[in-house]
Design a protein around this ligand. Structure first.
Ligand code: ASP
Length: 404
């Protein structure tokens, strides 16, 4: 996308987001009527995300040439994911212990939200089983990204081992990848209007909970937001600067579109097409790396989600007057990290996988009902940090010598 046009679109998205938030509070009915425009925008992103993931992962793996070179890249990528997620959980745990947002909050008689209830029976073993698609068409239809990533990695890997016969297939996926990115460029033009309608209608639908955001749940929301802010504006930029050797502000500016999209859609997966465009075309990160690091990161690298899960679990413990010792806080550290990995890049996924965290330390699931009212907002904040963390990961991994 031309630079000037890109700047206009970014400005439009930021204005759209602000106007949407303010307008959603004051002119709710209008926004409920134009919600369909936001849904159309969201659908257009979802339309490209599955073919994009499959094509870009296959192209990413095959462009490494020899599949054995995937090992070190994958290793560094996973190390980056784990270290940054660990940092963010730690920040969350420290803050919630200092600010103690749950003390003095009355348990308002929680309920268990339905999507959380449905996953009550799921164990971590189920998450593992879910990694292997029993039917890739079904995974595509249901938008299950992780099994598709597993398939694409394997498929791309074997394509490189069949010599000449594999070349036309690789060329096909390269073409597909390019064409999808062109489509993404078109969709971005529609983004200012899309985010305006989307955020406005979400705010309008959740107007009543705004009271809770500023009163009983205010300190909790503030703790999550403060943690996210520290992680996103201190930890991640330092990593970008020292390990990615990139100037932080220009990198951030170029990420404006995906970050605004993440905030409005609350979905790392739906944002992925725009993230890839910005990281590759604006921040000029090696496409061989970003096409591997970003799709994987959108579903398993969630710094914001991990931080939120740890804060929320400890907040719930505080409300119920349950004193968690250091041992149990370590359990929360580990399970929040795992639960963020297991969460899909879709709205509220982190709240659903929080079941693992609460169960691990014996906290009541009803606690989730207490924080549910403000989750629509915190979800957006943490998704933005998730996408920021992925994009920095791409720059950091791309800098490693392997690709020079
Ligand atoms: N909505 C988040 C994401 O897509 C996941 C979560 O619920 O924390 O990144």
């Amino acid at each position: 996308m031309k630079k000037n046009l890109g700047n206009y679109v970014l400005a439009g998205m930021l204005i759209g987001t602000v106007l949407g938030i303010v307008g959603g509070l004051w002119m709710g009915d209008f926004f409920l009527q134009i919600k369909f425009i936001g849904t159309m925008f969201l659908n257009s992103l979802k339309m490209v995300v599955i073919p994009l993931i499959v094509a870009s992962m296959i192209v990413g793996v095959t462009s490494l040439g020899d599949v054995r070179r995937l090992g070190p890249t994958a290793g560094k990528t996973l190390l980056y994911y784990l270290v940054t997620t660990g940092f963010s959980v730690l920040i969350g745990i420290i803050l919630v212990n200092i600010l103690k947002p749950g003390e003095g909050v009355e348990s308002l008689g929680g309920f268990v939200p339905e999507i959380v209830e449905q996953s009550r029976q799921k164990s971590l073993i189920d998450v593992l089983i879910g990694l292997i698609p029993s039917n890739i068409i079904d995974s595509m239809a249901q938008g299950k990204v992780l099994p598709l990533i597993v398939f694409s990695l394997l498929f791309g890997g074997v394509l490189t081992t069949i010599g000449e016969k594999g070349k036309p297939v690789i060329a096909f996926f390269e073409g597909l990848n390019l064409a999808i990115m062109k489509l993404v460029n078109l969709i971005i033009l529609f983004a200012p209007l899309g985010v305006f309608a989307l955020i406005g209608s979400i705010v309008a639908e959740n107007r009543e909970s705004v009271d809770q955001l500023v009163s009983s749940l205010g300190l909790y929301a503030l703790t999550v937001m403060l943690g996210l802010l520290v992680h996103a504006s201190v930890v991640l930029p330092l990593i970008l600067k020292y390990f990615g050797q990139r100037a932080v502000l220009p990198y951030l500016r170029n990420m404006g579109q995906p970050l605004a999209t993440a905030f409005t859609t609350a979905s790392s997966s739906a944002t992925l097409p725009i993230t890839m465009e910005a990281v590759e075309e604006k921040n000029h990160v090696d496409g061989r790396v970003s096409s591997f690091v970003l799709p994987l990161g959108a579903t398993i690298n969630m710094d914001g989600t991990a931080l939120y899960e740890a804060v929320a679990a400890l907040f719930i413990a505080q409300i119920y007057g349950i004193d968690l010792g250091i041992g149990q806080q370590i359990v929360i550290f580990l399970t929040a990290t795992l639960a963020s990995i297991g969460a899909a890049g879709i709205p509220h996924a982190g709240t659903v996988t929080m079941v693992f965290v609460l169960q691990a330390v014996g906290l009541p699931l009803e606690g989730i009902g207490l924080i549910w009212a403000v989750d629509w907002f915190l979800d957006r904040c943490r998704t933005t940090v998730n996408v920021w963390g992925d994009s920095i990961g791409a720059a950091v991994i791309a800098r490693t010598k392997q690709f020079r």
